[in-house]
Ligand binder design. Structure first.
Ligand code: THU
Length: 164
């Protein structure tokens, strides 16, 4: 038997930041501010991320590059790992991500790279609650209700033989 299955997800597009909740706006503003600490002399692409924890704390991260290119790290992972250091095991409710190239913010939101999606899923699974993803462009904001939608068929601890 052959069955063709389909997978898809809904997300919300906003054209006005003011239509989001006060908390989401604050998280977005934190992500925008985080870009200022970006160390990106090679790509000139400044990425800012901010995570909201269940204890209402917000943690910022920005991309940190290196002359040995692969040694650098994306903004999302800097923020998530820093949140793990400061508040271990506190669930993460949301992450906001924004970027600019030569100080110009792209009209459309910048989607997170695959490695960051994988790390976001691990952080989300620690709290075992949905983690919202807010992607911020100049003219549009996308809100995804759970990061799992951004990485279907993701590999997680459930698939890891060590945990079975
Ligand atoms: N970058 C991020 O910080 N997050 C992503 O999700 C994609 C890319 C950074 C890595 C590098 O410093 C620069 O953007 C250009 O790829």
């Amino acid at each position: 038997m052959k069955i063709i299955k389909e997978s898809g997800f809904r997300f919300t597009e906003y054209t006005n930041k003011e239509d989001l909740s006060t908390e989401d706006i604050q998280l977005i503003d934190n992500a925008i501010e985080a870009q200022k600490s970006s160390y990106s002399p090679y790509s000139k692409f400044k990425v800012g991320a901010a995570v909201l924890l269940a204890n209402e704390e917000m943690i910022q991260g920005s991309n940190q590059e290196n002359g040995a290119y692969p040694s650098g790290l994306c903004a999302e992972r800097v923020a998530l790992f820093y949140a793990g250091v400061k508040f271990p095991s506190i669930p993460i409710k949301a992450i906001a991500i924004t970027a600019s190239f030569n100080d110009q913010v792209p009209s459309e939101p910048i989607p997170p790279c695959g490695a960051c999606r994988q790390v976001m899923i691990e952080s989300r699974n620690i709290g075992n609650e949905p983690m919202r993803v807010i992607l911020v462009g100049k003219d549009r904001i996308y809100v995804v209700e759970d990061v799992t939608h951004l990485l279907p068929f993701n590999f997680s601890s459930v698939n890891n033989a060590v945990n079975q």
